[in-house]
Design a protein around this ligand. Structure first.
Ligand code: 13P
Length: 254
């Protein structure tokens, strides 16, 4: 079965109030999303339930930005999937560079991936280098991170996983340049090659998406360069920009 493109908005720690979050979520509901595209948002935890209620059985995907890998215990300040029941998010993003910057390790990401899979939640595993070098050492960084995050994940579970390639230097809040579509193309090939080697073939491949200064002007190029989807951050807070982004993709078919 052909898989559709997936666009996942990462709201990060925004908006500031629940009222604004619901306004944004309502605007999302009214967006005209081209057929061939799955769409969802990764929202701050306190907004998850009210947005789940608002979206109801709508086909939009709702996900979280973090979760603890344990069911309960002495983990002050943490939240488990068990606590959210009966509601379960569709997705959870793990290992985002902004969480790695405050100490999240590949080993912790791996535990979160295993827990998410147990709970039938799609983990979105973020990998990406902080800086580039002319000798390709950054490729090793990405490869090592992928392998560590996927350790002991059964091969049969790979199709239920999303890999998000997010070069830290290309994230809008870091003030760097945009990644070129040709660079994105190379990394999509590289990541798929690492995973195919781990799987011993290209069956059961996860989707590999791209994040880093994604907007209405570059989205189409990133998808055409081989990404299975996109992870807009800053641009996703403006529904008008998101509508332009979708307009720039229509018509599209994988
Ligand atoms: P920007 O789109 O703001 O660069 O954010 C990318 C990102 O971190 C998405 O997870």
């Amino acid at each position: 079965m052909e898989r559709r493109y997936i666009i996942l908005a990462n709201w990060k720690m925004n908006p500031e109030t629940e009222k604004e979050a619901l306004t944004l979520a309502r605007a999302y509901k009214n967006l005209d999303v081209p057929k061939g595209i799955e769409f969802g948002a990764l929202v701050p935890l306190p907004y998850a339930r009210p947005i789940a209620k608002l979206w109801g059985r709508n086909k939009m995907l709702l996900g979280l930005q973090n979760i603890n890998s344990e069911k309960s215990g002495a983990f002050t300040g943490e939240v488990s999937f068990a606590m959210l029941k009966p509601w379960t998010p569709k997705l959870v993003i793990v290992g985002h560079s902004e969480r790695r910057a405050i100490g999240e390790t590949d080993a912790e990401v791996n535990q979160k991936v295993l827990r998410a899979l147990k709970e039938n939640v799609t983990p979105i595993i973020c990998v990406g280098e902080k800086v580039r070098d002319d000798h390709g050492f950054f490729l090793r960084t990405v490869e090592d991170s992928l392998k560590a995050c996927l350790a002991s994940v059964p091969k049969s579970a790979y199709p239920s996983i999303i890999i998000a390639y997010e070069p830290v230097w290309a994230i809008s809040s870091n003030g760097g340049r945009e990644m070129l579509p040709a660079e994105c193309h190379e990394m999509m090939i590289f990541i798929r090659k690492v995973i195919a080697d781990m799987l011993g073939g290209n069956k059961n491949m996860p989707r590999v998406i791209y994040g880093g200064s994604v907007n209405e002007l570059n989205s189409r190029e990133y998808l055409e360069s081989g990404a299975d989807g996109l992870l807009p951050g800053h641009a996703s807070l403006d529904p008008k920009k998101m509508q332009k982004l979708f307009n720039s993709l229509a018509p599209i078919q994988k």
